[in-house]
Write a protein that binds this ligand. Structure first.
Ligand SMILES: C[S@@+](CC[C@H](N)C(=O)[O-])C[C@H]1O[C@@H](n2cnc3c(N)ncnc32)[C@H](O)[C@@H]1O
Length: 203
């Protein structure tokens, strides 16, 4: 149950409404959170394909702007970066707290200078001929981020087709996280949200 007003929030499309609302609520619960997004809003604002992608960047920007956090959006593709900037402008969310970077996501996370409160990893597409690559890539980006995750950090993956096996982009990262015992699942569905346990907290 998410008890915040989403008035003024950029569109959250069907299939991801509950998960994005939960993710946004987790961001807004934190004090000046550092939010990182790998794999960003990549199409023209008017492209109907955005609904299938998720349209995440303006939604996350809206959340950080509400709570004076920061959002660092990173993508390897120049077109994605240009379209993301346009979308952030379009929705009035391209503030000084929001930055868009053209870089490989793993490299970006490795060089990110601050502790990370929240990270959305939604990069290399889970195409039929690239499933293994996509799972490995999401695991590698997660591992790069892991040393920087604060206790209580929140992590989200997209395109999860089976919430028993985690088949989808998180197919390797989520089992790795759960096997470590350091993370718990907050939400499972097409998007899966996990939280880094806080030592000493019993949940
Ligand atoms: C599914 S889209 C992201 C959708 C976005 N999160 C949304 O909700 O609208 C995947 C993005 O990942 C980017 N990507 C692929 N490989 C990457 C890499 N190595 N580093 C950073 N971004 C990458 C692609 O360029 C593409 O823009």
């Amino acid at each position: 149950m998410v008890d915040i007003s989403f008035e003024g929030c950029p569109p959250i499309y069907s299939g991801r409404v509950d998960s994005f609302k939960r993710f946004v609520a987790e961001i807004m619960r934190k004090v000046n959170p550092s939010v990182v997004e790998i794999g960003i809003f990549r199409k023209e604002v008017t492209d109907p394909g955005i609904a299938g992608d998720g349209g995440s960047s303006p939604i996350l920007a809206w959340a950080v702007n509400k709570v004076s956090g920061t959002l660092d959006c990173c993508d390897i593709n120049e077109v994605s970066v240009a379209n993301c900037k346009k979308a952030l402008e379009y929705y009035g969310q391209f503030t000084s707290n929001v930055h868009v970077h053209l870089m490989d996501g793993k490299e970006f996370v490795e060089n990110y200078p601050n502790p990370i409160d929240v990270i959305y990893i939604d990069g290399l597409d889970f195409s039929p001929n690239k499933r293994e690559d996509s799972m490995k890539w999401h695991l590698a980006v997660f591992k790069a981020a892991e040393p920087k995750l604060v206790p209580g950090a929140v992590i989200m993956f997209d395109d999860i087709f089976d919430t028993e096996t985690w088949f989808g982009k998180g197919g390797m990262a989520i089992p790795y996280m759960l096997d470590s015992g350091k993370y718990e699942v907050l939400y499972k569905g097409y998007q899966v949200i996990l939280k880094k346990r806080i030592p000493g907290n019993i949940s």
